[in-house]
Design a protein around this ligand. Structure first.
Ligand code: S3P
Length: 170
């Protein structure tokens, strides 16, 4: 069963995804890496040079066209759920697991980081809240399984997902 991780920036998708792939001995992919490879540019450079709309096009294209192997774990960019066609594709690819945390937790995790173009604004916390409210229903509708991550270390989250796998669709 392939596992697709969705969730907001700072929800732990990449770290959890790598450990999950390792535990299951399968390949690991991240849509942000696939976009960077396709564009030959870092995400921050893509946003700076061509803007968010262009990035969303690339992200959608990569997701549709990339040839995934038989078994894998896929971490996704936080905005992947914005397009219904992306969500449909993710559901075809595997079981969709939402890593959930509330705004305060996420803000504490990512406030020191500078490579999040969407949060390079005067009031990042308010922006985070605004974006999360728009996306909240999209994340929850897309998810086959929701894992609350607040106060948990990565290995614990990985264990919870592994334990829940037999109970979710696949
Ligand atoms: C984005 C999240 C980022 C990256 C891009 C846009 C978003 O990925 O795709 O900066 O819209 O939430 P992470 O969720 O891996 O940080």
């Amino acid at each position: 069963m392939n596992i697709i991780l969705i969730g907001f920036m700072g929800s732990g998708k990449s770290a959890v995804g790598r450990q999950l792939a390792h535990a299951r001995q399968v390949a690991y992919f991240d849509t942000d890496d696939l976009v960077e490879a396709a564009a030959g540019q870092k995400i921050t450079e893509i946003f700076a040079a061509k803007g968010e709309a262009y990035f969303r096009e690339l992200e959608a294209e990569v997701l549709q066209k990339f040839f995934f192997p038989k078994d894998f774990v896929l971490a996704t960019g936080g905005g992947i759920v914005l397009r219904p066609a992306n969500v449909e594709r993710l559901k075809q690819l595997g079981s969709v697991v939402l890593l959930w945390a509330e705004v305060e937790t996420i803000y504490q995790r990512i406030k020191e980081e500078k490579q999040r173009p969407l949060l390079n604004v005067p009031d990042p916390q308010a922006e985070l809240r605004r974006i999360l409210e728009v996306r909240r229903p999209l994340y929850w509708q897309a998810a086959d399984l929701v894992v609350e991550t607040t106060g948990k270390e990565i290995p614990q989250i990985v264990q919870e997902i592994l334990a829940a796998l037999p109970t979710i669709k696949g």
